[in-house]
Design a protein around this ligand. Structure first.
Ligand code: SF4
Length: 447
């Protein structure tokens, strides 16, 4: 078999897209390798959300081009959001590129590889029809083992048009995938070894709102997936506060396999900034959602995304974000200082907050979150927690590593010779090291 090296930047949607490309290429006779020097095909799946994404791509291609000089048959492809947004320009800047695909055209990867082998100039395949139904046919890849924790796309695109974000422009409008197709993919993944299913989308809880032949709501989809034999854990990401429902709270209460973790980005704690961001909710509404959720599911962990230094944000408005973080008592947060994303509406506005102030604000949010995270990790000491064993450890004095239902990384001692990857172990948490829980598998063994 030929070999493909896939390099992935960015979010879990991109990881899922890379897994999908891997399966499609597997059908065309390619096996994934982690050695780019051995590859016949290299695909870089890009992200345009983070700053300097383009520079990263140029510098990576700087390293890849000598491989192409050594092996002129090597095929080089670019995929993902940056490819979608800047495809033509990147094709001109990197003449050795063989093909370019956007997130919506990755289904064509096998054709792109075949065509790239024949043509002399880069094939740019990024046009997509945002009115087309969203379907990802389930592949017949019985021989290909699935990841223990497997990603399943349920919705693509976003209709929210937050002013700082380019997703609606690179991934198009919200389109849900038919539930039956999702169930079929989950059944296939479980058969091939998956135990934990992550339902994915830029805005999963808008699922079912647009264009399904058999409309169902997001929480109904959760109940449907939970019924599939072999699914031991269920998670989803990312959710949008404006589409948060009572049905989701009910699902957390009812479904034992729906893990107690919610990632619900708030972005800011100040209403004027939230309005400028076009988020469609206030800080009070966000607090209220979390309070209702915690009322129903006290053990749930909550994480979020925060942007500091948004154009015109004052020091007092930034303090509102710190207040909200403290009140909600987040378990984790992904924190960024604002930088304009070309193509997003806010990129046209003056970036008013000086870099030094942004840096200081970011540091304050990181310090606060660090304190909250360490405190919340400490609260697990003495508790027994069910951990899905995901990896064997070779150092740190632990035998295995896995995740708690609340998504805390946990190191496990005392499992050698008895535990296997994919088991669920009951672990008594003895201590914490930074953000990591450390515990001993209890005598009762697997959970
Ligand atoms: S909801 Fe999320 S993906 Fe959609 S526009 Fe806003 S930030 Fe972007």
């Amino acid at each position: 078999m030929k070999q493909v090296f896939l390099e992935t930047f960015g979010c879990q949607m991109n990881v899922a897209d890379s897994d999908r490309m891997e399966s499609l290429l597997f059908q065309s006779g390619y096996l994934r390798t982690d050695q780019k020097e051995e590859a016949d095909l290299i695909v870089v799946n890009t992200c345009s959300v983070r700053e300097k994404a383009e520079q990263k791509v140029y510098s990576l291609f700087g390293q890849l081009l000598p491989l192409k000089e050594k092996n002129p048959d090597l095929i080089l492809g670019l995929a993902g959001c940056l490819a979608q947004q800047e495809g033509d320009r990147l094709a001109r800047r990197i003449p050795d590129l063989d093909f370019i695909l956007g997130p919506d055209t990755i289904e064509n990867i096998s054709d792109a590889v075949a065509q790239a082998a024949r043509q002399t100039k880069p094939l740019v395949w990024t046009r997509f029809d945002s009115h087309k139904e969203y379907s990802i046919p389930v592949l017949d890849v019985e021989d290909q083992p699935a990841n223990l924790s497997a990603f399943v796309n349920i919705i693509k695109g976003c209709d929210k048009f937050c002013s700082f974000c380019i997703v609606p422009y690179t991934r198009g409008r919200e389109k849900s995938r038919e539930a039956e197709e999702i169930y079929a993919e989950v059944r296939s993944l479980v058969k091939r070894g998956a135990k934990e299913i992550f339902l994915l989308g830029q805005n999963v809880n808008a699922y079912g709102k647009h264009g399904l032949n058999k409309p169902i709501a997001f929480h109904e989809l959760l109940y449907g997936v939970a019924e599939i034999p072999g699914v031991e854990r269920l998670r989803f990401t990312t959710s949008y506060p404006g589409d948060f429902t009572e049905g989701m709270i009910r699902a957390y209460k009812d479904l034992d396999i729906l893990m107690n973790h919610l990632h619900l980005p708030v972005q800011s704690g100040n209403d004027r900034i939230l309005e400028l961001m076009r988020r469609g909710h206030t800080a009070a509404e966000y607090r209220d959602m979390i309070a209702r959720l915690r009322d129903a599911v006290p053990d749930i962990a909550v994480s979020s995304d925060i942007i500091v230094g948004f154009p015109t944000e004052t020091e007092a408005e930034f303090e509102d974000t710190l207040k909200l973080m403290e009140e909600v008592d987040f378990d984790n947060n992904y924190m960024f200082s604002y930088s304009p994303r070309p193509g997003a509406p806010a990129a046209e506005w003056e970036d008013t907050v000086p870099e030094a102030d942004k840096k200081l604000r970011l540091q304050k949010t990181m310090d606060l979150q660090n304190r909250l995270t360490l405190k919340n990790a400490q609260a697990f000491v003495g508790r027994k927690v069910e951990i899905l064993v995901a990896e064997r450890m070779e150092r740190n004095g632990s035998d295995f590593k896995g995740r708690s239902p609340q998504y805390w990384t946990t190191h496990i001692t005392g499992g050698n010779g008895e535990l296997n990857i994919g088991d669920t172990a009951v672990v008594e948490i003895k201590e914490t090291k930074g953000r990591v829980l450390i515990g001993r598998r209890t005598a009762s063994g697997n959970g």
